[in-house]
Ligand binder design. Structure first.
Ligand code: ADP
Length: 199
């Protein structure tokens, strides 16, 4: 039997990682595509070889590791390079995610997929949970967490899909505009719902 898969998504700073941590505390297995993406570019991995072939050896730092900040800057400024990087990484990330999910023994799992809506893979998951916040709170939390300027936050937000589009793709929405205790309660409600949907 295949495990019931809940895709958890939301814009930057919406609270995806915080929500995923609460699900994990409730005993739910969590697979995070950002972590998979980092593992896929470790030295010796085929994806790293492809990235070097596409971007050149300059994309490595002095230790021979992928210079992620440099890569981010390169693709930020260039749509074609971004598409090239995504063509290398996205299929591998998804394959690995489903591979890991298939090995789990649990009623359901959480798949943290920041670009779930942007990369249109609703078909591969059973349910989409969107963590939503108003933009003012989002900016405030990102600023506090990452020490980014307004301009840098603007640039990131421009690469993510509009809030309304994400909400339109949601089966469930958690509005994370209050405090952690409220978020906790909302997640417990979702947890009960997913347990019954999965059974
Ligand atoms: P994401 O993973 O979506 O980028 P995070 O989970 O890292 O977002 O949350 C962004 C920031 O907001 C973090 O510093 C986190 O601690 C904080 N945060 C998230 N949810 C809440 C909440 N309900 N109340 C207060 N702070 C929160």
């Amino acid at each position: 039997m295949t495990i019931y898969k809940v895709g958890l998504t939301g814009g930057i700073g919406s609270g995806k990682s915080t929500a995923a941590r609460i699900f994990a505390e409730l005993g739910v297995p969590v697979i995070d595509t950002d972590i998979i993406a980092r593992e896929l570019v470790e030295p010796g991995q085929p994806a790293l070889a492809e990235i070097i072939a596409a971007f050149g050896e300059e994309i490595l730092n002095a230790q021979g590791m992928l210079d992620r900040a440099r890569l981010r800057r390169l693709v930020f400024a260039n749509e074609a390079l971004k598409a090239r990087l995504e063509a290398i990484l996205h299929p591998r990330i998804l394959q690995e995610m489903h591979h890991r999910a298939a090995r789990l023994a649990a009623p359901y799992c959480i798949l943290v997929i920041p670009l779930l809506v942007e990369t249109a893979q609703e078909g591969a998951i059973d349910r989409t949970l969107v963590i939503d916040v108003p933009e003012t709170i989002q900016r405030h939390r990102v600023k506090a967490r990452d020490q980014l300027s307004d301009e840098e936050i603007d640039a990131i937000l421009r690469t993510q899909c509009p809030r309304a589009v994400r909400l339109a793709a949601a089966d469930d929405v958690i509005v994370n505009d209050t405090d952690l205790a409220t978020l906790h309660r909302q997640i417990e409600r979702c947890h009960q719902k997913y347990l019954s949907l999965a059974s």
